[in-house]
Design a protein around this ligand. Structure first.
Ligand code: NAD
Ligand code: MG
Length: 298
């Protein structure tokens, strides 16, 4: 390894050769087809035992932010249960292999989060397979841009809320009886929660809901010793963006509007999830950790 996440570097000069081209993939998209490839930390993330012996369930763990988080958790010593869609098997298998190479256990549990029965079964299988559960990362998400509200059909609106909000509710509800004091729940929200784009009305609404859910539930569970927090990414290079998350012609300038002047990579998100999962953040509760290249937040 030449560089790892602790190497002293100028963050404005990281990934400066990154140049996304105009491209498009059908949903849910594959990391393996992204041009250029995203950095999931495969070559750079160095574990320090910060999650030794922990048991984590991560949704959307096949690609993007969830995959980078899964790799980081594994290298920090956690066993990982991965949720993803069956179509994403190739991406998921690659991440599962990296997790195995870290010397921890991995479970691959494909299914559709819009289905409440799958969400409940996912939790049961994770608990059964890992023996316990003490980290839950609700990270899967759906984002489809739309310039005109009158053309968002009910199915699209429903899908966005089912995937981004209902699944988080179903999974968290099913997981709670299993979570012991010391456990952590981390939800992936977005800068869209408070700086919504005009073309992401439904998506931004789901992300604002996730923030409120996180802060309300955090207060309810704090006395039980279960911490609930959120990570709010800015523009990050993942399959979500090339599967109609953004208009394809806008991809070339993706992330350029941030103060740091570039898009983020999934590898730059993973340490935020590690921090919120680990016992070192014991007094951090109901917080939204923004990882967005400098965009001011409330
Ligand atoms: P991604 O496409 O790599 O990950 C999203 C994952 O969600 C998919 O891999 C898929 O496994 C899962 N998913 C979607 N629909 C599903 C369904 N019906 N059933 C099961 N799984 C389903 O993209 P990402 O950008 O890493 O997204 C992860 C999270 O980050 C999402 O919640 C997204 O909203 C959030 N986010 C991303 C950005 C960004 O710029 N990429 C910015 C802010 C927030
Ligand atoms: Mg994926």
């Amino acid at each position: 390894m030449t560089r790892d996440q602790y190497t002293f570097t100028n963050p404005a000069e990281l990934y400066t050769d990154f140049a996304p081209k105009k491209q498009h993939q059908p949903e849910p998209g594959l990391d393996s087809e992204l041009q250029p490839q995203a950095d999931l930390g495969e070559k750079t993330y160095r574990g320090m035992g910060r999650l030794a012996g922990r048991k984590a369930l991560i949704t959307g763990a096949d690609s993007g932010i969830g995959a980078a988080t899964a790799i980081a958790f594994a290298r920090e010593g956690a066993d990982v249960a991965m949720s993803y869609l069956p179509e994403e098997r190739a991406d998921a298998e690659r991440i599962a292999q990296i997790i195995r190479e870290a010397g921890v256990k991995v479970l691959t549990l494909p299914g559709d989060l819009r289905d409440a029965a799958y969400c409940r079964d996912l939790v049961e299988k994770a608990v059964e397979g890992l023996g316990r559960l003490d980290i839950l990362v609700n990270n899967a998400g759906k984002q489809i841009y739309n310039e005109d509200l009158t053309t968002i059909d009910d199915e699209q609106f429903d899908d966005a809320f089912k995937t981004n909000v209902y699944a988080m509710f179903w999974i968290t509800k099913a997981a709670l009886p299993h979570l012991v004091p010391g456990s952590a729940i981390i939800n992936t929200t977005s800068v869209q929660a408070y700086k919504p784009s005009e073309i992401l009305v439904d998506y931004a609404s789901t992300k604002a809901t996730i923030n409120a859910f996180t802060k309300a539930l955090a207060q309810q569970l704090a006395p039980k010793g279960i911490r609930v927090n959120a990570v709010a990414p800015g523009p990050i290079w993942t399959p979500l963006q090339v599967t109609d998350g953004q208009p394809p012609e806008k991809l070339a300038e993706f992330g350029a509007q941030t103060p740091i002047g570039r898009a983020g990579q999934p590898a730059e998100l993973a340490p935020a999830f590690v921090f919120l999962a680990s016992a070192e953040s014991s007094y951090v509760i109901g917080e939204t950790l923004n990882v967005n290249g400098g965009t001011p937040t409330p």
